[in-house]
Ligand binder design. Sequence first.
Ligand SMILES: Cc1cc2nc3c(=O)[nH]c(=O)nc-3n(C[C@H](O)[C@H](O)[C@H](O)COP(=O)(O)OP(=O)(O)OC[C@H]3O[C@@H](n4cnc5c(N)ncnc54)[C@H](O)[C@@H]3O)c2cc1C
Length: 450
Amino acid sequence: MLRMSASPPPVVVLGAGLTGLAAAYHLRTPCLLAERESIVGGHARSRRRQGHTFDVTGHWLHLRDPRTRRLLADISPADAWVEVERRTSIFAHGARVPYPFQANLHGLPLEVVRECLVEFIAAREAAAVGAQGSPRTFAEFAEARFGRGIARHFFVPYNRKLWGAAFDRLDASWVDRYVPTPSVSQVVGGALGLPQEGLGYNARFLYPRAGGIDALPRGLSAAIEARAPGTIRRGCAAEEVDVRGRRVKLSGQADWQPYSALISTLPLPELVARIADVPAEVREAAAALRWIGWRYLDLASKRPAPADYHWVYVPSPALPFFRVGVYSNAVASMAPRGASSLYVELSDRAGPVDLAAIAEGLVEVGALAERGDIAFTDLREIEYAYVVFDDDHGPATALLHRWLASVGVRSCGRYGAWIYNSMEDSMIQGIEAAAWATTWSTAQAQGAGR
Ligand SMILES: Cc1cc2nc3c(=O)[nH]c(=O)nc-3n(C[C@H](O)[C@H](O)[C@H](O)COP(=O)(O)OP(=O)(O)OC[C@H]3O[C@@H](n4cnc5c(N)ncnc54)[C@H](O)[C@@H]3O)c2cc1C
């Protein structure tokens, strides 16, 4: 009698943010992508209201890797994206200076410029004679790299607002890539008012011409479903994971779903909480992970913003927000003609929102011409915004990933890997997870056949 061999179970991918979508797109074996929400995209989604489009605050795409450039070209028409030269400011001491602060001191009060320059040179001298220890905290890093003045007038107050109570826990490990380090000549030139162009990792970015970063996840999901309909299950949450039995319990499904390999993009502590029989040290490591969320406003204005920046950093503790962006200054289609769409990232994480104070502050930083320009605001929340890089972060994530790998689970993406990822980084992790899953499933199948 001829015996039919059962086809192997699919690779299961949990979460259809950019990481999960990029993984599913690159898998060439059967796959099931389970997304808790009714729409895909995760943090890279967009909302639309009365002709205004809003992302989950600024989501500007920077691509450096040929794999992600190819991916974008594969899933979207050639003219679907525009390349935009970044215009970013810092609002400090009543003045607006270009980003980055440390290379653009001109325009600040002279006393502030002097303090920043003198302390910057002192920090450089200390570094030259080896008089600086290695910085442990983020605040020590800022002082050692840029001097006490630049730390005091920008890095420390800005990051205190962004990180809230977690600021004092931050170590120095995560900043190097994202904080541009200008030369002495750039700092001095910037203090004299000489233009300092293109410093930093994100001098240009890509954005969908038709508006809304969700064009990216929508393009990916359409391409996945065109190839294999039914691969994406929306409104389908991972409830439990049985790593020994290689199966996952999905909401709305009576039976456990078997998998040949599991890729998870859930926040790492949420994944661990869903796995039964986790060793005590793994549970403790998950409990040591810290993160921050914050609140922000989607804000529609009846008029264009007076300032032309795409976003502005606001270190002053007197103003109730730390960053404000004007989507429609980057891509006009984000707002109806003659209007503008903004995001306002709030320093307070709880309690009532003082809209009058926010409107006044927005006028001060040049984001609104008048308080009465506001057409509507919607208060939104980001539960997982940034993971906290503290002393526990390195050892805890290393232990967790080691254990997960040993039981055949790849936890990746910004919150799955528990790191500071851009959209590009996340898609690359998805691509790499797809390659891992193919190798892992093949090895398991060969092992079972032996
Ligand atoms: C405020 C902010 C601003 C940012 N700005 C930029 C920027 O300008 N440029 C840039 O490149 N990057 C930016 N990023 C980073 C970017 O958003 C992320 O790198 C990327 O979106 C992460 O994708 P992900 O798929 O790893 O995670 P997510 O987007 O979080 O996707 C995870 C998915 O898992 C789903 N999920 C959760 N629980 C379950 C469950 N139990 N079962 C099934 N599904 C579940 C979620 O609904 C979500 O769809 C920003 C991030 C934040 C927070």
